[in-house]
Ligand binder design. Structure first.
Ligand code: CA
Length: 234
C-alpha cells in the first residue's frame, strides 16, 4: 500500500487529466482518474482520496450535482475546475461550500500548491470522531469518570451531568436541557438543583486539579466544559 495521499481527478478531457496526473505524481501524490460524475461517486465509495479535483463540465452529471451527492456521504475537500465565468460565479458564491476553485486554463504547479494548502488546513481542523485529547475518560460500564487518570467519586446525577458536558466540550447547556438529559423525573427539577450539583462536582474536580476550572458558567445561559484544558496536570 502506498502512503502517498491519493487525489481523485474527475475530468473528461484526457489532455487535462494527463497534465494533472503528471503534476501530482511529480509532487508526491497518487493521482486517480475518472472521466464521469457517476464514476467519481462510485470511486469515492470504494476509495478515500485525500482530495477531489472536480471538473464542472462533465458529460453525465455536472460537477455541482456530483458535489452535492458526494457531500451526502463524504467530507473530502473538493477543488472545482471551472471553464466559464458563470461557473466561477457560482463556485465563488460558495453557496456550495467547496474548498477552492481553479479556472481553466490553469497552472498545474499553482493547483498543486493550493492542494497542499487545503490538505494542511484539513489536517489542522478537528474532524468529527477525532476529538482532541481530553483529561476526562468515561467508563460507561462502571458509570465512572476519570479526571487526569484519577477516578472521581460521583453521585448518579453528578455522573450524568459531567458525562453530558464532557461529551460535548464547549457546548453550552442550559439548566433546562441538563435537567431534561440527566434527571429522569421532573419532580425534583429546579434550576438550583443543577447549580447545586455543579457546585459539588466542581469541588470534586478541584481535589484533582486545584488550579483548573473545567466547568465554565455562561451567565444567563448555562454551563459548558472548558475546551482549553491541558492534556496533563499543570
Ligand atoms: Ca470538462
Amino acid at each position: 500500500m502506498s502512503s502517498k495521499p491519493a487525489i481523485l481527478i474527475v475530468e473528461d478531457e484526457p489532455g487535462i487529466a494527463d497534465t494533472l496526473q503528471y503534476a501530482l505524481r511529480t509532487d508526491g501524490f497518487e493521482p486517480l482518474w475518472v472521466a464521469t460524475g457517476e464514476a467519481a461517486l462510485a470511486k469515492l465509495r470504494e476509495a478515500s482520496p485525500a482530495l477531489v479535483i472536480l471538473d464542472v463540465g462533465l458529460p453525465d452529471l455536472n460537477g455541482f450535482e456530483v458535489f452535492k451527492r458526494l457531500r451526502a456521504f463524504s467530507d473530502v475537500p473538493v477543488v472545482f475546475l471551472t471553464a466559464r465565468a458563470d461557473e466561477i460565479d457560482r463556485v465563488v458564491g460558495l453557496e456550495l461550500g467547496a474548498d477552492d476553485y481553479v479556472a481553466k486554463p490553469f497552472s498545474p504547479r499553482e493547483l498543486v500548491a493550493r492542494i497542499r494548502t487545503i490538505l494542511r488546513r484539513a489536517a489542522r481542523a478537528p474532524t468529527a470522531g477525532a476529538a482532541p485529547p481530553s483529561p476526562f475518560a468515561i467508563d460507561e460500564g462502571r458509570r465512572q469518570i476519570r479526571f487526569y487518570g484519577r477516578p472521581l467519586e460521583l453521585s448518579r446525577y453528578e455522573y450524568g451531568l459531567l458525562k453530558t458536558l464532557v461529551e460535548h466540550p464547549g457546548h453550552v447547556f442550559s439548566r433546562d436541557t441538563l435537567l431534561d438529559k440527566v434527571w429522569d423525573t421532573h419532580s425534583e427539577s429546579l434550576d438550583r438543583t443543577v447549580d447545586a450539583h455543579v457546585k459539588t462536582l466542581r469541588a470534586k474536580l478541584k481535589t484533582v486539579a486545584p488550579a483548573l476550572e473545567p466547568i465554565r458558567t455562561h451567565r444567563g445561559s448555562g454551563y459548558a466544559l472548558a475546551e482549553d484544558l491541558p492534556a496533563a496536570l499543570p
